[in-house]
Design a protein around this ligand. Sequence first.
Ligand SMILES: *Cc1c(COP(=O)(O)O)cnc(C)c1O
Length: 798
Amino acid sequence: MAFNVQEFKKEYTKKFEELFAYGYDEGSTTERFIALGDLVRGLYTEEWKSTVEDYIADQSKQVYYFSMEFLPGRMLKSNLLNLGILDCVREGMQELGLDFDEVARGEVDPALGNGGLGRLASCFMDSIASTGLAGHGNGIRYRYGLFQQKFVNGYQIELPENWLRNRNVWEVRKENKAVIVRFGGQVNLAADEDGKMTVRYENTRNILAVPYDTAQVGYKNGVINNLRLWSAEIPYGEEANFSTVEERDDVMRITEVLYPDDSNYEGRLLRVKQEYFFSSAGIQSIIRYFKKLKLDWNQFPEKTAIHINDTHPTLAIPELMRILLDEEGLGWDQAWEITKKTISYTNHTILQEAMERWPEGMIAELLPRIYQIIAEINRRHIEKKIPIYGNELAYRTAIIDQGQIKMANLAIIGSHSVNGVAQLHTDILMAETLHDFFVMYPQKFNNKTNGITQRRWVQIANEALTDLLDDTIGAEWKKNPLEIRLLKAFREDEEVLEALETVKLKNKQRFADYVLKTMGIEIDPTAIFDVQIKRMHAYKRQLLNVMHILDRYLQLKDDPSLDFPKRVFIFGAKAAPSYYYAKEIIKLINAIADLINNDSTIGDKIKIVFVENYGVSLAELIIPAADISEQISLAGKEASGTSNMKLMSNGAITMATLDGANVEIRDNVGDENIFVFGLKSEEVQSYYRNGNYHAYDIYEKNPRVKRVLNMLVDGSIPGIEQEGRDIFDSLVKFNDEYFLLKDFDSYIAAQYSADRIYADRGKWNRMALMNIANSGPFSSDYTIRRYADEIWKIKPKS
Ligand SMILES: *Cc1c(COP(=O)(O)O)cnc(C)c1O
């Protein structure tokens, strides 16, 4: 985008005065941001419009990424970066006497997702536009995002996240593109004059779905796609058939708030309403677009790919069937072929507690026609599979089972592609979790290892590293992330290694300043920054990290002269408000932070920093400052992980179990550039199968484990009577579901070897360099290319 500093200054001054009727020098940070955001949006609207017009003119195939969550982070810098005017705007702001970074922090970080799944969707949106693909997001415009987390007396408190409080400069409300979504009522099948079946709905509750569109700007390529988020409103005119105030309030509640559960299934009515609401609205809007092309219905899959991110949007399948059958008058077989060819599905978990299933009665009442269609899909599936696979397998793969509708089964049967998100995860799906389906549809299964966009996670989050890379290997890596491998040539170059250490130190200082200012804790930037940032969940094993801290604390208490390098343990994690055990672990970490941070015999040998309200913006601050990346989930439980990729791209070294994408990180960096420990996935499976794991025996026989665990219940950590007991019991009495005790020794050993290597600065810096240099394959640009080639069959705009 052609634009110079002088023009920018003029435009910005004008824009600010136009909006606020006084000068920018009098404005608040929020106002300064709003003026800047508004100006930037104005700069790309022309290209946004022409991108859509080109897509229609070329009749190019469109992909729609349906996701219940998007977690984009602040958009100002990424839009400026992708437009190619970040430096120009930064300079212009400076010349106007404004602090650009401060103004950028005036943007509210929209937390419309829980964690990895939502963040993946946003990395994908960036990569789809940046690789020149015609692809759009479809989701929900939650009025309130993921709760704001505060700690009071060490306990998590949840506050509402009113992210729209200052107006959202990026979105455009498109009232003329609104659609009606119907709930409840009765279905009547009747023959019309020609004897054709017609479907009539009566007494439905009609809800207006209004889209809010946000541009998804591609990296310096002129492509601007669309993220469409739907808001529920009361319709006007005859569609407004609500009889009571409560019913009207009900409507508004549909898009009121994001469910704060991550990797956990919520069987509640409001949740399924949300799922149908945005699936139906999305499908209707896709169909309206397709009809503009005036093509035959059989060409629908040639022009449209619809991807469902986990099972949350699975009702898109029966909804597409409904429209093709009832509104467009297609026969079942034709509609079914079209649907399957159009839809593809990503599985994100093997955790049973995260598998969505809905009570049959609930769906029948809430979505009577959709229920009929699901029941018919199920009937035909069983009927067709019995002769080939026999009764047992046919019924085991049924969609409706014992009064429950299993969403994963519907997603697999109604799509042409099922992918896992890391090779190990996909292997487990095929061999275990979804093995029955793998037998039936081997060709549907494929792997697409997750990725991240280095534009946000390196270029924006880590400017110092970006400059060093540019100076060392040139700027080609920004267009082709694999080119970052050129850095390997400098692995023995002392100057580069030292420069890398200087970059890291600078980022650690930046984070230390934040910690001092917000928490009043002083941390030494030369200490090892040991980082675990992710949702709080038992399978992710933050508790194993805690056990290591307590063990280290005990060692130092025994012998204060031990020369461990200083370590700062950094945590960021929200727990689902209803996840009691996860909240107890939060309290425990805060309690040991209080204990150890204030123990003068420990000094700064150990510091613990648990930041409040972890989210994308904090991730951007913490990740560049990390030395160690804690990726310590029990092998076989984490589908992929993506913070592991962000951290390696910033030169942190992974402390890893062989789980999710850690396996692929190890394959890329080599054993000498990662710390691997713990049980393998097959070993875990074998323990589960044979029931021969006995945590109590380890507790009894391993004195270090015993001493650490006893701390939870002997009063040595103040303020955790209940939590300490519950956590102790989960490990010792209830047999330690996630094998922390079993992995303890090898984890401690791996941590000791990290200590030793950190003391050898040259060696550590080389490992960091090798991690950065091998991070290219984890760019979501490549992940998206594989989705495009192998699943969606779409090509970049030439
Ligand atoms: C990347 C990211 C995650 C995912 O972290 P995992 O360690 O892969 O679970 C969660 N939350 C935020 C804010 C992220 O940026």
